[in-house]
Design a protein. Sequence first.
Length: 210
Amino acid sequence: MGHFLAVSAFRPVTPENLASAIVGVASSFDVAASVVSGGPVEEDQAAVHATVGGWTVVIWPEGFNLHDIAVAAAVTGLIGGVASTVHIYDDDYWTHAVVQDGSVLDVFCSMPTYFDDDPALIERYAGRPQVVADAVAADPELVARYLRLAKDAESEKAFDDDRFTIDDPWVFTDLWTRLGITYPDDSQDAVAIVQLGEGWTVALPENPSI
Protein backbone atom coordinates (compact mmCIF):
# COMPACT_ATOMS: atom_id res chain seq x y z
CA MET A 1 0.00 0.00 0.00
CA GLY A 2 1.23 3.48 -0.86
CA HIS A 3 1.18 6.68 1.12
CA PHE A 4 -1.94 8.61 2.08
CA LEU A 5 -1.51 12.24 3.10
CA ALA A 6 -3.63 15.30 3.76
CA VAL A 7 -1.98 18.66 4.44
CA SER A 8 -3.20 22.25 4.29
CA ALA A 9 -1.50 25.65 4.38
CA PHE A 10 -3.45 28.63 5.73
CA ARG A 11 -2.84 32.39 5.50
CA PRO A 12 -2.97 34.61 7.49
CA VAL A 13 -3.27 32.87 10.86
CA THR A 14 -1.06 31.95 13.80
CA PRO A 15 -0.62 28.29 14.75
CA GLU A 16 -2.50 28.86 18.00
CA ASN A 17 -5.46 30.49 16.28
CA LEU A 18 -5.50 27.82 13.59
CA ALA A 19 -5.57 25.06 16.19
CA SER A 20 -8.45 26.80 17.95
CA ALA A 21 -10.31 27.17 14.65
CA ILE A 22 -9.92 23.46 13.91
CA VAL A 23 -11.39 22.70 17.32
CA GLY A 24 -14.26 25.06 16.58
CA VAL A 25 -15.03 23.51 13.21
CA ALA A 26 -14.86 19.99 14.64
CA SER A 27 -17.22 21.00 17.45
CA SER A 28 -19.68 22.43 14.93
CA PHE A 29 -20.00 18.91 13.51
CA ASP A 30 -20.40 17.39 16.97
CA VAL A 31 -16.85 16.07 17.07
CA ALA A 32 -15.10 16.48 20.39
CA ALA A 33 -11.71 18.14 19.88
CA SER A 34 -9.08 19.82 22.00
CA VAL A 35 -5.61 21.33 21.78
CA VAL A 36 -3.09 19.10 23.52
CA SER A 37 0.60 19.59 24.24
CA GLY A 38 3.68 17.43 24.32
CA GLY A 39 4.49 13.99 23.02
CA PRO A 40 4.64 12.60 19.49
CA VAL A 41 1.77 13.26 17.08
CA GLU A 42 -0.66 10.35 17.23
CA GLU A 43 -3.04 8.80 14.70
CA ASP A 44 -6.11 10.95 15.40
CA GLN A 45 -4.27 14.23 15.83
CA ALA A 46 -3.68 17.20 13.54
CA ALA A 47 -0.18 18.66 13.72
CA VAL A 48 -0.05 22.45 13.34
CA HIS A 49 3.39 23.76 12.45
CA ALA A 50 5.11 27.10 12.90
CA THR A 51 4.24 29.88 10.48
CA VAL A 52 6.81 30.24 7.69
CA GLY A 53 6.58 32.96 5.07
CA GLY A 54 3.10 33.89 6.24
CA TRP A 55 1.73 30.35 5.80
CA THR A 56 0.76 28.01 8.63
CA VAL A 57 0.71 24.32 7.71
CA VAL A 58 -1.31 21.57 9.33
CA ILE A 59 -0.68 17.89 8.63
CA TRP A 60 -4.00 16.15 9.15
CA PRO A 61 -4.55 12.70 10.70
CA GLU A 62 -4.33 9.53 8.64
CA GLY A 63 -7.47 9.12 6.55
CA PHE A 64 -8.14 12.87 6.36
CA ASN A 65 -7.72 12.82 2.58
CA LEU A 66 -11.50 12.35 2.50
CA HIS A 67 -12.08 15.57 4.44
CA ASP A 68 -9.29 18.12 3.90
CA ILE A 69 -11.01 20.32 1.29
CA ALA A 70 -14.30 20.50 3.13
CA VAL A 71 -12.70 21.13 6.52
CA ALA A 72 -10.20 23.67 5.19
CA ALA A 73 -13.10 25.56 3.63
CA ALA A 74 -14.96 25.48 6.95
CA VAL A 75 -11.88 26.76 8.78
CA THR A 76 -11.48 29.70 6.39
CA GLY A 77 -15.18 30.37 6.75
CA LEU A 78 -14.64 30.72 10.49
CA ILE A 79 -11.45 32.77 10.54
CA GLY A 80 -11.20 34.20 7.03
CA GLY A 81 -8.21 33.98 4.75
CA VAL A 82 -7.11 31.48 2.14
CA ALA A 83 -5.84 27.90 2.19
CA SER A 84 -4.05 25.65 -0.24
CA THR A 85 -4.90 22.06 0.63
CA VAL A 86 -3.51 18.84 -0.83
CA HIS A 87 -4.14 15.17 -0.43
CA ILE A 88 -2.29 12.18 -1.87
CA TYR A 89 -4.10 8.93 -2.53
CA ASP A 90 -2.05 5.74 -2.20
CA ASP A 91 0.99 7.45 -3.81
CA ASP A 92 -0.93 7.34 -7.10
CA TYR A 93 -2.31 10.86 -7.52
CA TRP A 94 -2.65 14.21 -5.80
CA THR A 95 -5.54 16.61 -5.44
CA HIS A 96 -5.13 20.32 -4.78
CA ALA A 97 -7.78 22.83 -3.81
CA VAL A 98 -7.81 26.52 -3.01
CA VAL A 99 -10.41 27.67 -0.52
CA GLN A 100 -11.09 31.19 0.69
CA ASP A 101 -13.47 32.66 3.24
CA GLY A 102 -15.49 29.45 3.37
CA SER A 103 -15.72 28.82 -0.37
CA VAL A 104 -13.95 26.29 -2.59
CA LEU A 105 -12.48 28.30 -5.46
CA ASP A 106 -10.71 25.61 -7.45
CA VAL A 107 -10.00 21.87 -7.40
CA PHE A 108 -7.34 20.06 -9.43
CA CYS A 109 -6.70 16.31 -9.61
CA SER A 110 -3.73 14.71 -11.37
CA MET A 111 -5.76 11.54 -12.11
CA PRO A 112 -9.43 12.61 -12.18
CA THR A 113 -10.58 9.35 -13.79
CA TYR A 114 -8.88 7.15 -11.19
CA PHE A 115 -12.19 5.78 -9.88
CA ASP A 116 -14.52 6.68 -12.75
CA ASP A 117 -13.58 6.89 -16.45
CA ASP A 118 -16.13 9.61 -17.17
CA PRO A 119 -14.20 12.08 -19.40
CA ALA A 120 -16.22 14.96 -17.95
CA LEU A 121 -14.14 14.60 -14.79
CA ILE A 122 -11.01 15.65 -16.66
CA GLU A 123 -12.48 19.06 -17.38
CA ARG A 124 -14.16 19.35 -13.97
CA TYR A 125 -10.90 18.83 -12.09
CA ALA A 126 -8.46 20.36 -14.58
CA GLY A 127 -7.68 23.22 -12.22
CA ARG A 128 -7.74 26.92 -13.10
CA PRO A 129 -4.28 28.43 -12.72
CA GLN A 130 -5.53 32.00 -12.86
CA VAL A 131 -7.97 31.40 -10.00
CA VAL A 132 -5.25 29.78 -7.90
CA ALA A 133 -2.79 32.54 -8.72
CA ASP A 134 -5.25 35.30 -7.85
CA ALA A 135 -6.02 33.69 -4.49
CA VAL A 136 -2.40 33.19 -3.40
CA ALA A 137 -0.76 36.11 -5.24
CA ALA A 138 1.27 34.01 -7.68
CA ASP A 139 2.08 33.89 -11.39
CA PRO A 140 -0.62 31.90 -13.23
CA GLU A 141 1.90 30.63 -15.79
CA LEU A 142 3.95 29.17 -12.94
CA VAL A 143 0.90 27.48 -11.44
CA ALA A 144 -0.11 26.08 -14.84
CA ARG A 145 3.17 24.17 -15.09
CA TYR A 146 2.06 21.98 -12.17
CA LEU A 147 -1.66 21.54 -12.80
CA ARG A 148 -1.21 18.86 -15.45
CA LEU A 149 -2.48 15.31 -15.75
CA ALA A 150 0.08 12.78 -14.59
CA LYS A 151 -0.34 10.69 -17.74
CA ASP A 152 0.52 13.67 -19.94
CA ALA A 153 3.79 14.48 -18.21
CA GLU A 154 5.56 11.26 -17.29
CA SER A 155 9.12 11.91 -16.08
CA GLU A 156 8.81 15.62 -16.89
CA LYS A 157 9.54 18.40 -14.42
CA ALA A 158 7.82 21.77 -14.23
CA PHE A 159 11.26 23.34 -13.65
CA ASP A 160 14.67 21.72 -13.96
CA ASP A 161 15.53 22.39 -10.32
CA ASP A 162 12.35 20.78 -8.93
CA ARG A 163 12.74 17.68 -6.77
CA PHE A 164 9.86 15.73 -8.32
CA THR A 165 8.43 14.98 -11.75
CA ILE A 166 4.87 15.96 -12.68
CA ASP A 167 3.65 12.36 -12.44
CA ASP A 168 4.91 12.05 -8.83
CA PRO A 169 2.24 13.16 -6.32
CA TRP A 170 4.92 14.76 -4.14
CA VAL A 171 5.40 17.36 -6.87
CA PHE A 172 2.92 19.39 -4.85
CA THR A 173 5.83 20.28 -2.55
CA ASP A 174 7.61 21.86 -5.50
CA LEU A 175 4.49 23.85 -6.32
CA TRP A 176 4.20 24.90 -2.69
CA THR A 177 7.81 26.05 -2.69
CA ARG A 178 7.07 28.26 -5.69
CA LEU A 179 4.05 29.67 -3.84
CA GLY A 180 6.12 30.42 -0.74
CA ILE A 181 4.73 27.51 1.29
CA THR A 182 7.16 25.30 3.19
CA TYR A 183 6.28 21.66 3.73
CA PRO A 184 7.51 20.70 7.22
CA ASP A 185 10.80 18.81 7.24
CA ASP A 186 9.70 16.89 10.32
CA SER A 187 6.03 15.90 10.60
CA GLN A 188 6.52 15.55 14.37
CA ASP A 189 7.82 19.10 14.79
CA ALA A 190 4.45 20.63 15.63
CA VAL A 191 3.84 23.72 17.75
CA ALA A 192 0.19 22.85 18.39
CA ILE A 193 -1.58 19.50 18.28
CA VAL A 194 -5.32 19.03 17.90
CA GLN A 195 -6.85 15.83 19.21
CA LEU A 196 -9.94 14.78 17.27
CA GLY A 197 -12.45 12.71 19.19
CA GLU A 198 -14.08 9.45 18.28
CA GLY A 199 -16.33 9.47 15.23
CA TRP A 200 -14.61 12.23 13.27
CA THR A 201 -14.22 9.99 10.22
CA VAL A 202 -17.99 9.89 9.73
CA ALA A 203 -19.07 13.18 11.30
CA LEU A 204 -16.82 15.63 9.46
CA PRO A 205 -17.91 16.79 5.99
CA GLU A 206 -16.43 14.96 3.02
CA ASN A 207 -14.65 16.22 -0.07
CA PRO A 208 -15.81 15.72 -3.63
CA SER A 209 -15.16 12.08 -4.59
CA ILE A 210 -11.61 12.58 -5.91
